[in-house]
Design a protein around this ligand. Structure first.
Ligand code: C2E
Ligand code: MG
Ligand code: MG
Ligand code: MG
Length: 286
């Protein structure tokens, strides 16, 4: 067969396998080599302080350049990385490289930025997240207070003493914890009380129709007020137009990110964006 000859990379096909299973397996096989083959790239999306309109930080979003698979987005390959366990190594790579990038930017004259990194539940349960974070900080020299770890509710569903202990250890390191995609899960409210989150990120599905739907305004308003009552910083993601921005500003949301400012950008393009943005602020006082 083609497989025995070592020729066709798709030759592991077995009759009866659904094409979805095939694609998943192929993705997993290729993901295994993504770091070695230099296929992973960090993209950076600006996070803006709403009252002052200044650049405060970035969220790191992973991109996988793989033409065979048509450059799958994170919504496609992150689940595969999670199910296969590959996310542990990939997540470590993201942490280390993102921290290094921020330090190198601050040395080259960009303002001090916070860096928000998405962390999968698997990195908590299967990897040594505390050790990985400690190492990334130490190796890069990034001050812990500039690092924010974004976690989704999925992790918190099994509320174990181990997870609480891990949270406490991360807080002890001095990093910030952020609850991502807030509002999309079902038990969100009790998490706010039980876990030491510093930041709440309003899911973009709420922000999306905030300018056309009163119920979304009401919900967003309530989320912001609740976050503030727990002393958390509130970030709205997915802000695409000035109307959404105005509403969020009126409701005292702290930070925003979204296509209105910029999509996630590769490192060099982010530097150009940040330089232009600072210049525009200086000359136009926006
Ligand atoms: P997330 O952390 O909630 O990231 C926000 C997503 O919204 C990103 O999608 C971003 O590109 C997109 N976005 C930002 N502004 C706008 C906007 O104004 N409009 C719209 N329509 N979308 C906007 P992306 O980059 O495709 O990432 C999807 C998800 O994949 C992320 O959701 C995160 O959960 C996960 N992810 C990405 N990178 C990593 C990573 O390094 N590690 C882990 N574990 N997960 C990651
Ligand atoms: Mg995120
Ligand atoms: Mg999110
Ligand atoms: Mg998400």
């Amino acid at each position: 067969s083609a497989k025995e000859k070592g020729g066709d990379r798709f030759s592991f096909y077995e009759e009866g396998m659904s094409s979805e299973t095939e694609l998943r397996l192929e993705m997993e096989n290729q993901l295994r080599h993504a770091i070695d083959r230099n296929e992973l790239n960090l993209y950076f999306q600006p996070v803006i302080h709403l009252q002052s309109n200044t650049l405060r930080g970035v969220e790191v979003l992973l991109r996988w350049q793989n033409a065979n698979l048509n450059n799958p987005g994170p919504d496609q390959f992150i689940p595969v990385a999670e199910q296969s366990g590959l996310i542990v190594g990939i997540g470590k790579w993201v942490l280390e490289n993102a921290c290094k990038q921020i330090v190198s930017w601050s040395k080259s004259g960009l303002p001090q930025l916070t860096v928000a990194i998405n962390i999968s539940a698997k990195q908590f349960t299967d990897g040594d997240i505390v050790e990985n974070v400690r190492y990334a900080l130490q190796q890069s020299g990034l001050p812990a207070a500039q690092l924010e770890l974004e976690i989704t509710e999925g992790l918190l569903i099994n509320d174990t003493p181990e997870i609480r202990d891990t949270f406490a250890q991360l807080k002890n390191l001095g990093v910030h914890l952020s609850l991502d995609d807030f509002g999309t899960g079902y038990a969100s409210l009790s998490y706010l009380k039980r876990y030491p989150f510093d930041t709440l990120k309003i899911d973009r599905s709420f922000v999306h129709d905030i300018d056309s739907c009163n119920d979304s305004v009401t919900l967003t308003n309530a989320i912001i007020a609740m976050g503030h009552s727990f002393n958390m910083t509130v970030i709205a993601e997915g802000v695409e137009n000035l109307n959404q921005r105005r509403i969020l500003r009126e409701r005292h949301c702290d930070m925003i990110q979204g296509f209105l400012y910029s999509p996630p950008l590769p490192a060099e393009q982010f530097v150009s964006w940040a330089t232009r943005y600072a210049e525009m602020q200086r000359t136009q006082h926006v």
